[in-house]
Design a protein around this ligand. Structure first.
Ligand code: ADP
Ligand code: MG
Length: 494
């Protein structure tokens, strides 16, 4: 596999709710290689959005990341400070959601929304300053974030312990007194541990903060020097131009010089931030790039004046102003009708090629995957149950759930009856033991209800977590509807 740009390892995410803990993501691992599109496919509720939100750092407040890491450029995104996360999120990882309206401001003209994103992402002085201080800022902030994570962890440990004690019914008054004492002790212990964590963090933070302050001064000075230099050059240039204007003989010569002066003024500003005019030009360029016709006119319109497909293009345009390295698309076409859907998919594929992006594409529709994916990960009940190259998953599927998904794709050509997947996905407050899909699978064996299947290796790139691949399992064939389709597809491919 080529260079990894992102890797998710053993991610476990729960949600606290009034009804209990929702086990949304249960030990998910995958890598994203540079330039590839990885499709994550599975029914609604399988944990796809939660996984991508964890990568973006936008999980709901009641989420608990129980375990795991998300590594990007050597940093664990689950451990970095908000500042650093924001930098990465804003600049390097872009995300497109199912509902474009949710990411657009309904009362601001779309031209302004794209221009503003461009202006923010192209302020040179600010970028220069941030670049100089970023390492020190991150080092300092990470000490604080790690402190907060540690404290939260201790607090949670204590809470769980307390809950355990509270749930003990029918205890004697003597036991009660003992527990009370124990609770008091534990509380004290917790207090002491937290104080210790804070003290350690403080002693680590002090020198880092001092260093940061120093670097901030250096950065300020550098930015100022640059600004001065640009200003000086501008003034010299302007003096010369004014001289020539003074000496100009004809009105043509004069207006030519006046034009030069206007250009020089714009050039000057563009060296510091970018001018509104330049931001607008870039915004229009990006609108053209994502296929919005008549961009000058559409620039002045509001989100509600656009169709769903056009709105999704605008959201993509805004994501691109930050020149991301990774694009996460979470069901970007689910709300669109089929023709428009195909156009947006084509657009995403084209932009991905042109800009050399790596892409995580999330969908519940395996039919969409075929045109997008280099690799496919099939997700069920918070777990990846099969992954492989697109070819392997489509032409040599091994997990009964993948079979079920494949049989449920409507086949436009043969108009054959599609088979809905029987039953419903499990309630993730009580995830089933063993193979979670067993309850809905006619291939389920006794072991599926008892033990969780490990990943069985099919090829170096293809793995599936199903006991059917165990050597002791009886040999079963995939459903006929699936094998027929594969045969047909392979015939067509030849
Ligand atoms: N904030 C939340 N609180 C409680 N449960 C949640 C929350 N967000 C998601 N879930 C649950 O997590 C599971 C996975 O959700 P999600 O990742 O959105 O599924 P999908 O694969 O359809 O994108 C679902 O059972 C969902 O109900
Ligand atoms: Mg979702």
């Amino acid at each position: 596999m080529s260079e990894k740009v992102l890797s998710v390892d053993h991610l476990v995410i729960n949600f606290k709710t009034d009804n209990g803990l929702v086990h949304a993501v249960r030990d998910v691992s995958f890598d994203l290689a540079r330039g590839e599109t990885l499709c994550i496919v599975g029914e609604s509720g399988s944990g796809k959005s939660v996984t991508s939100k964890a990568i973006m750092g936008i999980l709901a407040n009641n989420a608990i990341v129980e375990q795991g890491s998300i590594t990007y450029h050597g940093e664990n995104l689950l451990e970095v400070s908000e500042e650093e996360f924001h930098k990465i999120r804003g600049h390097k990882i872009g995300m497109i959601f199912q509902d474009p309206l949710s990411s657009l401001n309904p009362i601001v003209r779309i031209g302004k929304q794209i221009t503003e994103a461009t202006l923010i992402n192209a302020n040179k002085l600010k970028q220069m300053y941030n670049e100089i201080i970023s390492d020190d800022l991150v080092a300092y902030k990470n000490v604080l974030t790690k402190r907060d994570i540690q404290i939260q962890h201790e607090q949670e440990k204590f809470d769980t312990w307390m809950k355990d004690i509270r749930s003990k019914g029918n205890i004697t008054s003597e036991e009660k007194a003992n527990y009370r004492l124990e609770i008091k002790q534990k509380r004290m212990e917790l207090k002491r541990t937290i104080a210790q964590i804070k003290a350690t963090a403080k002693s680590n933070a002090v020198p880092l903060r001092a260093k940061l302050k120093e670097t901030e001064q250096v950065a300020k000075a550098k930015v100022k020097a640059y600004q001065e230099q640009v200003k000086q050059e501008h003034q010299n240039q302007m003096a010369q131009l004014k001289q020539s204007l003074y000496h100009a003989q004809t009105s043509e010569a004069k207006s030519a010089i006046e034009k030069e002066i206007a250009l020089e003024k714009e050039h000057y500003i563009n060296q510091l931030r970018i001018t509104k005019a330049e931001a607008k030009r870039r915004a229009l360029d990006i609108m053209r790039e994502v296929g919005i016709p008549d961009p000058e006119k559409r620039f002045r319109q509001y989100p509600f004046e656009f169709s769903g497909g056009m709105r999704q293009r605008i959201v993509i345009a805004i994501a691109l102003t930050a020149t991301p390295e990774i694009l996460i698309c979470d069901e970007p076409t689910t709300a669109l009708d089929v023709t428009i859907q195909a156009q947006i998919l084509e657009l995403i594929n084209r932009i991905k090629q042109e800009r050399d992006l790596s892409c995580i594409f999330i969908t519940h529709d395996l039919g969409v995957v075929a045109n997008m994916a280099d690799r496919v990960a099939v997700m069920y009940a918070g777990k990846i149950v099969e992954y492989g190259t697109s070819e392997e998953v489509f032409f040599d599927p091994r997990h009964p759930y993948t079979w079920a998904l494949l049989s449920s794709i409507p086949d436009v050509d043969s108009k054959e009856r599609l088979e809905a997947i029987p039953g419903t996905p499990p309630n993730m407050i009580y995830p089933p033991k063993g193979d979670a899909f067993a309850l809905r699978s006619k291939y389920a064996m006794k072991v599926d209800f008892e033990c969780e299947p490990p990943f069985f290796k099919i090829t170096d790139t293809h793995y599936a977590a199903t006991w059917l691949l165990d050597e002791r399992a009886p040999k079963v064939e995939m459903p006929k509807i699936v094998s027929e389709r594969i045969k047909n597809a392979q015939k067509e491919g030849k």
